[in-house]
Design a protein around this ligand. Sequence first.
Ligand SMILES: Nc1ncnc2c1ncn2[C@@H]1O[C@H](COP(=O)(O)OP(=O)(O)OP(=O)(O)O)[C@@H](O)[C@H]1O
Ligand SMILES: [Mg+2]
Length: 355
Amino acid sequence: MASVQIADVRKAYGSTQVIHGVDIDIDDGEFVILVGPSGCGKSTLLRMIAGLENISGGEIRIGPKVVNDVPPKERDIAMVFQNYALYPHMTVADNMAFSMKLRKAPKSEIDERVGKAAQILGLTNLLERYPRQLSGGQRQRVAMGRAIVRDPQVFLFDEPLSNLDAKLRVQMRTEIKELHQRLKTTTVYVTHDQIEAMTMADKIVVMHDGIVEQMGAPLDLYDNPANLFVAAFIGSPSMNLLKGTITAAGFEAENPKGGAPLVWPIGQRPAGSEGKAAVYGIRPEHVRLDPNGIQAEVAVIEPTGSETQVVVRCGGQELTCVFRERITAQPGESIGIAPDTGVTHLFDAATGKRL
Ligand SMILES: Nc1ncnc2c1ncn2[C@@H]1O[C@H](COP(=O)(O)OP(=O)(O)OP(=O)(O)O)[C@@H](O)[C@H]1O
Ligand SMILES: [Mg+2]
């Protein structure tokens, strides 16, 4: 196992700069997840750690060693991709043993490591099968088995679960988390999936256009997004964001329809912020039903069984709310809502930074 340090790392393809100086410190044994919109540079960064892309600037260290010029096979990492890329003509056992055979490891050691990895991943009864005889989830497990057998310093995963159906994804998510708790191998994991990021990571790194917007523990990012980008990106459904002005009475939201503006309550007003143009943020799950609250017109109701997602219109804006309760109101009818003032957010309208 090893720490990974990424210091002012840059990447350009020709004259196009795609990574603009990224710094990430990954502790020994830490599980770090990279998230961000398509094209923000997640795979590029992962491939630079792996040594599959060269680095245009900055430094990457694995353990104490700068690896900028170290070829991939000498970096002691194992990478698992989205399309697990198993060898179709080899059995599960041979797929898993492949890297060790290349290294000319003794047969007894290979058998032992493959057997152990198969046991951890529940593949023991499938060792003689070929990839075409496996389900998607089983193939994914073989791909992980191949990585485990190598016993690397660092695991790199690039959206390993995105080809699986929803149920299997949840199951594999738990398995990967358990695997990490057991092996404690330093892991860098790329995903598009919010829930994967929130539930698996020790630390989430939010990337955007080749820079890091914020990194921290999942619940820290969720509770204290540093700027509007992170506020909108982390959490599903997304945080409601209303433009307006901070006043003595609360937050006066713009009414794009031209009617009277609504005033939203705020918990703590930042000192000297009165009169400031700002953005008010409230997560869907932090709006509650309150007959004496703001009257809002129901636009869409989506019951999921465990909760009810409702889009409402008020003050000329649309807001998404998630209630634990079931709602009997129909579209067009009015309900009273109120934000939990302890968990509202304010951002500077000009800079997007948290106030
Ligand atoms: N070989 C290449 N030549 C030129 N540009 C490239 C090359 N590979 C990637 N890029 C560009 O670099 C940027 C980052 O790409 P990257 O694949 O790292 O994004 P990503 O965050 O992994 O996106 P996704 O979520 O879609 O997988 C993109 O704008 C992409 O077009
Ligand atoms: Mg990618």
